[in-house]
Write a protein that binds this ligand. Structure first.
Ligand code: 10D
Ligand code: SF4
Length: 319
């Protein structure tokens, strides 16, 4: 009760970062599973989490999606969906060998990075992938040319990574990294490899970039920022870090039940945003709770309007 009272006494204003929540790649990936369930009926097997969000996965599971770690858990003939984060060619080969009926929900902007990896490696470059170890997206991208690619997870690695021929080096970036952090790593790589070549357009995608810019704006005016998203969501975790660098205390919450009232004690202004895989309804619940605690004003803080959408894969497209 004391924690409730302290939080209730202080929260006055809620600043909503915009854009926030679902991106075009996540909307498409969820729609792929929904359409597959509608047309084929359950079970539909999904390799890995379709997107890194607990609620999205639980909802689809309740409707008949079966989430598996690897293809050997899919029975012969089982309709299979690849997650939004993409897969390596080895996984594609295995699906083809087993003749699994397949729908690929890989975000087209992840596919773009895979194409660049093939192009750079194919011309003989050592390809430096700035990204996080163990993440499904980087594992898939590295799988395009494992012998020619090196993962660069941080500045320390940028200072020490070895290449075969410094005149033939290129870089790629995981789509969900922090823009400022990736820029620092890239600077270090450019210093070491002046001939470093890169992609024609940024690999960090529009949704990642826009959500980071939006949270920076609200974090600068907030004591605390609540980021709705799951713990394994790279882009959501980056929003927490970016908000902290902009001067706020920031916390990642799967949903409103994860909000610790002690975080809010003494905070008059609370910023709210959500990662690209977090459903908008979860944000609404957080805002409703802040209003119930006594926030008098809730305002939107748009930085950019998004109008990106992707067509569905042909297997689940409406005729
Ligand atoms: O962990 P993450 O940020 O890469 O993925 P999440 O599923 O949270 O968000 C969507 C981003 C994708 C699919 C990577 F591009
Ligand atoms: Fe695609 Fe970007 Fe969304 Fe990832 S965060 S699914 S790359 S639009």
């Amino acid at each position: 009760m004391a924690e409730w009272g302290a939080a209730a006494g202080s929260v006055d204003e809620v600043l909503l970062a915009s854009p926030r929540s679902f991106c075009a790649g996540v909307e498409r990936a969820i729609e792929v599973v929904e359409q597959a369930l509608r047309r084929h009926g359950p079970p539909v097997y999904v390799r890995k989490q379709i997107v890194h969000n607990t609620r999205v996965v639980a909802d689809l599971r309740a409707r008949g999606a079966v989430f598996v770690d690897e293809l050997d858990e899919v029975p012969d003939g089982g309709l299979t969906v690849f997650s939004a984060h993409g897969v390596s060619p080895a996984v594609r080969r295995e699906a083809a060998r087993r003749r699994l009926p397949l729908v690929d929900a890989t975000c087209p902007l992840v596919t773009k990075v895979h194409s660049e990896a093939r192009r750079f490696a194919g011309r003989g470059d050592t390809v430096l992938l700035i990204g996080h170890a163990g993440h499904e997206e980087t594992e898939g991208t590295l799988g395009e040319a494992p012998e020619r690619m090196r993962l660069v997870p941080d500045l320390a690695a940028a200072e020490t990574v070895q290449v075969d021929d410094p005149s033939r080096v290129s870089y790629l970036v995981q789509t969900t990294l922090a823009v400022d952090e990736a820029a620092g790593i890239l600077d270090a790589l450019r210093r070491r490899f002046p001939a470093l070549a890169g992609p024609g357009s940024d690999d960090i995608c529009y949704a990642t970039t826009n959500r980071q810019r939006a949270v920076t704006t609200v974090a600068a005016r907030s004591a605390v920022v609540l980021v709705v998203g799951s713990a394994n969501s790279s882009n959501s975790r980056r929003l927490v870090e970016v908000a902290e660098r902009a001067g706020a205390r920031a916390h990642l919450v799967d949903d409103v039940s994860c909000v610790d009232l002690r975080w809010l004690a003494g905070a008059t202004t609370v910023g709210v945003t959500a990662g690209a895989s977090a459903p908008p309804g979860l944000v609404d619940e957080v805002v409703a709770a802040l209003v119930a605690l006594g926030a008098r004003e809730v305002s939107e803080h748009p930085t950019v309007v998004e109008d990106v959408s992707f067509t569905l894969p042909k297997e689940v497209r409406q005729p």
